[in-house]
Design a protein around this ligand. Structure first.
Ligand code: ATP
Ligand code: MG
Length: 228
């Protein structure tokens, strides 16, 4: 790699209520596809655009930690949990850019297509393109990116001239590209897992065993829990 290229760091925001194999497999594949140095999982504190998470911040953080601790390239970044008030990804990316000043690193903000389609509702969403590249992953049941024309007009405009399928392009500038990654489609969601657990159905093989054990031990998603 020449001195002129940026090393790439994945930033994976989400509620992770709980983290599951859909998240983890995407992260593992993106490390290879984009040749990322690392991925930082960034659990949201109080998401503005959705219902409050069911599990406490402590539980979500611990479950995520348990899920990623054996992977040397996965890191937990709990800055949004430590922040009071609502979580804004833009704020986190601004902070990260400050922290990485002088390091020749570019951030790849990872986002599932369901979340990407709602991007224009996010606080200062256009600034994301100034702070990072966007990496979009498909999700079963959502539109695929074969045809960009099916995006809402605002998003289409914002992404115009930003699309690339060249990983090396991402390494040449610190922000501004939109890359659509082809990863294994896994039809797993936290909503389904929470529903299975609440209904006392098995959620095994949808998420790591140690996370499932933690959920069971601490009654994270069952009514018995008074402390979630
Ligand atoms: P919930 O059902 O509570 O919304 P979720 O499974 O969608 O949970 P989130 O924490 O909301 O998980 O998602 C964080 C990010 O991961 C989002 O960008 C989302 O699109 C993406 N994501 C979640 N599950 C998958 C999956 N199975 N495949 C690809 N991307 C996913
Ligand atoms: Mg979701």
């Amino acid at each position: 790699m020449s001195d002129e290229t940026f090393s790439l760091i994945g930033i994976y925001g989400g509620t992770f209520d709980p983290v599951h194999f859909g998240h983890l497999r995407v992260a593992e594949e993106l490390i290879e596809i984009l040749q990322l140095d690392e991925i930082r999982f960034l659990p949201a504190g109080y998401p503005r655009l959705r219902n409050e998470p069911i599990a406490s911040q402590h539980h979500r953080k611990t479950m995520l930690y348990e899920a990623i601790r054996d992977n040397k390239k996965f890191f937990l970044d709990d800055r949004e949990l430590r922040r009071s008030g609502e979580s804004y990804s833009v704020e986190s990316l601004r902070e990260l850019r400050d922290e990485f000043k002088g390091k020749k690193a570019a951030f790849c903000f990872i986002i599932g297509v369901d979340a990407f389609l709602k991007l224009p509702n996010w606080h200062l969403w256009r600034e994301l393109f100034e702070l990072s590249h966007l990496v979009i992953v498909n999700r079963p049941g959502h539109i695929s990116f074969v045809n960009h024309a099916c995006l809402p007009p605002k998003l289409q405009d914002a992404c115009l001239d930003r699309w690339t399928d060249d990983v090396n392009a991402l390494k040449r500038v610190s922000s501004g590209f939109v890359f659509t990654a082809v990863t294994t489609l896994l039809d797993i969601s936290s909503t389904t897992i929470r529903a299975y657990i609440a209904a006392e159905k098995s959620a095994r093989y949808l998420l790591p065993d140690n996370v499932l054990n933690y959920i069971g031990t601490h009654h994270v998603y069952t009514r018995k829990n008074e402390n979630r």
